[in-house]
Design a protein around this ligand. Structure first.
Ligand SMILES: Cc1cc2nc3c(=O)[nH]c(=O)nc-3n(C[C@H](O)[C@H](O)[C@H](O)COP(=O)(O)OP(=O)(O)OC[C@H]3O[C@@H](n4cnc5c(N)ncnc54)[C@H](O)[C@@H]3O)c2cc1C
Length: 403
């Protein structure tokens, strides 16, 4: 009987495991982290990702965990608002939503555990096993032992630093991206409830900061660290540093609750894609195949959409004991179907990052933008909305086609 080992229980790995198990396919999901809380995980889901969850029959999980819808985006350059756009109200339940990813992943795994063909294993995949040039399984390291798992297919869903990618000799082509991120959390809600559903971007001088209210009402900050600068959380007076970038209304809040501000978590951004996602017997999906930048919260959505396309192509073959060649051809088709959307999205992420960098580096550009902002703001907002359209639902609909 065909069986699948999925390496990594992020959004891609858990949801694919669920879809396979639901259809009676033997699947083992292997996760290195001892619990979902211990790794930083993105929180923003876009309409395309929400639609993917609906296709998978997992949308109702969001009713069981605390979530917050995002209603608008606002960007402030040198204390002048240069853009404020509302998300269309007709998106309804598909409005961008902030979710607690650990709770979501736990809920998916719990649901998958209802199916007898599902197995969840804590451990770190350290090697692939091979026979006649074809991957046939993995070696999992647990605290005191190694376990060998055989599989018809191995799925590398192990994120941006993918071990499966390295072991399968699938090179990652890195794309230019010139910032890493420090995450900070202030566990005190903004006083004005209307500000809690807005994502803010602040650029002041050469520094930039993202800020939004998370699912638990805490205020989260993403402080962008230009590449080359240290990501270490040096002893910086963070309330003062944030106050230098953010406008007065938020500065008052940060200063009032300065003692509650938590120490930053450094996160290295990996951004790029593999020219080839597969080798005989093994396929990469999600960040393992195309690590995404945090800009406009795209990575989870694309990972979920990869899963649907993967399920469409592989489930019929897994059910019918297809030949190795049929699996290999299907993997090619999966990459071909997903690639245009990934490229498009990464190009948009890249160009937005470059624009932010140019603004940070050029006081002339910032001066022009803020001076002309009353005139050019409608144009900037229209441009933003046009780009946001593709980022909301992707290039074309992705629909689960297997029963
Ligand atoms: C700073 C930052 C902020 C982001 N914010 C957002 C956001 O708000 N919204 C959004 O959509 N995207 C965001 N992204 C991108 C998003 O996090 C990823 O695109 C998304 O998590 C990809 O999902 P995945 O399932 O492919 O991989 P991951 O979520 O990375 O999951 C991979 C899993 O594999 C496990 N693993 C790794 N190696 C092994 C191994 N050898 N054996 C077993 N298990 C292993 C890991 O522990 C992990 O659980 C952000 C990225 C960054 C860097």
């Amino acid at each position: 009987m065909a069986s699948v080992v999925i390496v990594g229980a992020g959004p891609a790995g858990t949801t694919l495991a669920y879809l396979l198990a639901q259809r009676g396919i033997e699947v083992t999901l292997v996760e290195a982290a001892a619990n979902f809380e211990r790794v930083f995980r993105g929180e923003g889901l876009m309409p395309g990702g929400l639609y993917a969850l609906e296709q998978m029959g997992l949308f109702d999980l969001l009713d069981q965990i605390p979530c917050r819808q995002l209603h608008a985006w606002e960007f402030v350059v040198d204390d002048r608002t240069v853009l404020h756009v509302n998300e269309p109200t007709d998106l309804g339940r598909y409005r961008p939503t902030i979710i607690p990813q650990p709770a979501f992943l736990s809920a998916v795994v719990e649901r998958a555990q209802a199916f007898p063909s599902f197995r969840f294993l804590h451990g770190t995949v350290q090697a692939l096993t091979q026979e006649a040039d074809r991957v046939q399984g993995v070696v999992v390291r647990q605290a005191d032992q190694e376990i060998e798992l055989e599989a018809t297919l191995v799925m590398g869903a192990d994120g941006r630093g993918s071990t499966v990618r390295r072991l399968a000799n699938l090179p990652l082509q890195k794309l230019d991206y010139d910032a890493d991120v420090l995450w900070l959390r202030l566990p005190v809600p903004l006083p004005d409830p209307s500000q809690r559903s807005v994502f803010y971007g602040f650029i002041c001088g050469s520094e930039s900061l993202g800020a939004y209210t998370s699912w638990d009402d805490s205020l989260k900050f993403a402080y962008l660290v230009p590449r080359g600068q240290s990501l270490d959380s040096k002893p910086i007076d963070w309330p003062t540093r944030l106050a230098e970038i953010a406008p007065d209304w938020i500065v008052d809040h940060i200063r009032t609750h300065a003692e509650a501000l938590e120490a930053p978590i450094p996160l290295k951004v990996v951004f790029g894609r593999c020219p080839q996602w597969f080798q005989p017997g093994v396929l990469l999906i999600g960040d393992a195949a195309h690590p995404m930048a945090p800009i406009r919260a795209q990575g989870i959505n694309l990972a979920l959409r990869d899963v649907i396309v993967t399920a469409n192509h592989l489930i019929p073959l897994l059910r019918t004991n297809a030949t190795p060649e049929q699996f290999d051809q299907a993997m090619q088709r999966i990459q071909a179907e997903r690639q245009p959307e990934i490229v498009r999205c990464q190009n948009l992420q890249s160009s937005e990052q470059q624009l932010a960098t140019r603004l940070c580096q050029s006081s002339i550009l910032r001066g022009l933008l803020t001076q002309l902002s009353p005139l050019v703001r409608p144009v900037i907002e229209r441009g933003w909305l046009a780009r946001q359209k593709h980022l909301r639902f992707g290039l074309k609909p992705v629909v689960l086609a297997v029963e």
